[in-house]
Design a protein around this ligand. Structure first.
Ligand SMILES: [Zn+2]
Length: 358
């Protein structure tokens, strides 16, 4: 518990340093600590029962995993992508290693839309991972001028994802970018004013997703209902101004702080612009439930920060406890799971899926 709390405090320190550039704001540490305290209990115990047959080889992705579509899902949370490794910055080198490691371990990216809709179309035996990038800094997507023509800098996250996909076509271009349309530089829509629109359009065209992160990283717990709605609605409007008709479906809470009225994080409107966040991401909390699990609450989805010891922890945890991670059955219209986990399937929500409990 102390470790988790100290991480939340550390996260706040980071956010504060980012937010100082955005606006003056006070920090609601106590609120965050309380939230984390309640969440700590949701982290699975290391003592959970393991099926003996799965213990013989826990190191290889080639090991045939039995499908378990009510297992947990990794939602990874990146901030800065940059040359050097820092607490809140993943080095380019380590980012590349992350992709390699995920791939070798059998993880394949899915979109937030696929998660929300329960349309997880992965090969049998592979595991979904969701890559999220917060705060729209240049290291995530940077253009360089080559003979006067803008091209994606090979040394940024998007270029590395595209490159990885070229080498491994089954590691699709799926990731979500939580952008800040009115933050101070370098966090305003990836930090190059002349290319803001082009970057957002390119992200969408490449199959990546764009998510709401408020206009300038506003702490939604601090504001009245009108301001909360203004922050969320105007963010959508700013994105849609650049990517016509784009449907923003997901909110990542700045600082992980909910507005006093949770409903306003989900839906609302401001001056005729409405928004609807079908899923809401927090800033920590461990692995997320399967979207097919009754335990899944789309308005409270935990994430795993990278870098952090949590990231390594969960990779190792699922390596040792392969029966707890989401493993696809390779069939998008069927939900496959061990008989013992049958009661965890949210059959009321996913009526149209065929159930294969073995
Ligand atoms: Zn943020």
């Amino acid at each position: 518990m102390k470790v988790i709390l100290s991480k939340v405090i550390a996260f706040y320190v980071l956010c504060l340093s980012v937010a100082t550039a955005f606006s003056g704001m006070t920090v609601m540490l106590v609120q965050a600590q309380n939230r984390m305290a309640s969440r700590a209990s949701s982290t699975p115990s290391l003592e959970l029962k393991i099926q003996p047959s799965k213990l013989t080889d826990s190191s290889s992705a080639t090991q045939a995993l039995r499908p378990n579509e009510v297992g947990k899902v990794l939602i990874l949370e990146y901030h800065l992508i940059q040359p050097e490794e820092t607490r809140w910055g993943r080095s380019l080198e380590n980012f590349k290693k992350d992709l390699e490691r995920l791939y070798q371990d059998g993880y394949r990216p899915i979109s937030m839309a696929e998660y929300i809709d329960g349309k997880i179309d992965l090969s049998a035996g592979t595991k979904p991972v969701i890559l999220t990038f917060d705060d729209s800094s240049p290291g995530q997507l940077r253009y360089l001028l080559t003979n006067g023509k803008p091209e994606i800098d090979p040394q940024c996250a998007v270029a590395m994802l595209l490159d990885f996909n070229q080498k491994h076509p089954d590691f699709r271009n799926k990731a979500i970018f939580f952008v800040l349309p009115e933050a101070k530089q370098p966090h305003k829509l990836f930090g190059q004013p002349e290319f803001e629109s082009e970057k957002l359009r390119q992200l969408a065209a490449l199959g990546f997703e764009i998510g709401n992160h408020t206009l300038w990283h506003a702490n939604l717990g601090k504001y009245d209902a009108t301001t909360v709605q203004k922050q969320l609605a105007e963010s959508v409007a700013a994105i849609q101004k650049m990517v016509s008709g784009y449907k923003v479906r997901v909110l990542a809470l700045p600082f992980g702080v909910y507005p006093k009225d949770l409903n306003l994080a989900v839906t609302g409107s401001y001056k005729g612009i409405s928004y609807h966040n079908e899923a809401i991401l927090e800033v920590a909390g461990g692995a997320a439930p399967s979207p097919f699990s009754s335990a899944c609450n789309l308005t409270h989805l935990p994430r795993i920060q990278v870098p952090s010891s949590d990231f390594q922890y969960w990779l190792k945890y699922f390596d040792k406890h392969p029966d707890e991670v989401f493993v696809s059955d390779g069939k998008v219209d069927t939900i496959s799971l061990p008989l013992a986990s049958k009661s965890r399937f949210n059959s009321a929500k996913f009526k149209s899926l065929k159930l294969d409990a073995y």
